[in-house]
Design a protein around this ligand. Structure first.
Ligand SMILES: C[S@@+](CC[C@H](N)C(=O)[O-])C[C@H]1O[C@@H](n2cnc3c(N)ncnc32)[C@H](O)[C@@H]1O
Length: 191
C-alpha cells in the first residue's frame, strides 16, 4: 500500500486481507504478526486488534500503534474469540491440522478467517506456476522487495494437502493460488 514502509510478497496481500473485514466486525487478531504492520492497518479500520507472535524479540521491537495490543504468544495455545482472524506466512510454521484447528477456534461465530500462506512447490505438482516466475522477479525489482527480520521456515505441505485439510476442518473454505508463491484461504464461521 502506498504509505507502507516496505513492500514484499506478504504486504502485497494486505489489501486483499482488509477487503475481507465485514462492516460489522469489532475485533481482530493477527497471528504471527511480526512487526505489527498488518495489525496497525486493521486498527486503522476501527477494529480493536490483538497481534500475537511467538518471537518475543519481534514483539519487543514492534512499534506501538493505537488500537493494537501486541503479545508474545503461541497461537496453538491461545484462547479467545475474534470477529476477524488473519495470518500471513505463518501457518506453515506449525503442523497443518493443529494450525487450522487453532485458527478455526479463534474465529467468533459469524466471523471470518483470512489466511495468506505458503505451500511446498514441486515441479511435478506446480509446473503450471513456473511461467509466472519472471513476472514475480519483475515485480520484486519494481517494488524493491524488502523483508523485515522475522523467523522463516520452508513449507512442508503441498497445495493439495492444505486444500484437503481445509475442506475437512473448515467446510466451505475458499482457497486460491496467487502470485508471489502464496495462496489465500477464506472461511466464514457459521453464526
Ligand atoms: C515469515 S514470518 C511472517 C511475519 C508477518 N506475518 C509478515 O507478514 O511479515 C512468520 C512469523 O510467524 C511467527 N510464528 C511462528 N510460529 C508461531 C506460533 N506458533 N504462534 C505465533 N507466531 C508464530 C514467527 O515468529 C514469525 O514472526
Amino acid at each position: 500500500m502506498r504509505d507502507d514502509p516496505y513492500w514484499n510478497h506478504n504486504t502485497r496481500y494486505h489489501p486483499w486481507l482488509l477487503k475481507q473485514v465485514p462492516l460489522s466486525a469489532r475485533t481482530a487478531i493477527d497471528i504471527g504478526c511480526g512487526d505489527g504492520l498488518l495489525a496497525g492497518k486493521l486498527a486503522g479500520r476501527g477494529l480493536a486488534v490483538t497481534g500475537i507472535d511467538v518471537d518475543s524479540d519481534i514483539i519487543a521491537a514492534a512499534p506501538a500503534t493505537t488500537g493494537v495490543s501486541l503479545e508474545q504468544a503461541d497461537f496453538l495455545d491461545y484462547a479467545g474469540s475474534f470477529d476477524v482472524v488473519t495470518t500471513v506466512a505463518t501457518l506453515h510454521h506449525v503442523s497443518l491440522r493443529a494450525g487450522l484447528t487453532a485458527l478455526r477456534d479463534l474465529v467468533a461465530p459469524g466471523g471470518v478467517l483470512a489466511v495468506v500462506g505458503l505451500w511446498k512447490m514441486t515441479p511435478r505438482t506446480d509446473f503450471h506456476y513456473f511461467p509466472v516466475v519472471p513476472l514475480i522477479r519483475a515485480m520484486d525489482l519494481a517494488h524493491r522487495v524488502s523483508w523485515p527480520s522475522a523467523r522463516t521456515r520452508d513449507p512442508v505441505d503441498g497445495y493439495a494437502e492444505i486444500r484437503s485439510a481445509a475442506a475437512e476442518l473448515l467446510p466451505g473454505a475458499r482457497m486460491r493460488r496467487r502470485l508471489m508463491w502464496r495462496y489465500t484461504l477464506l472461511w466464514h464461521k457459521p453464526a
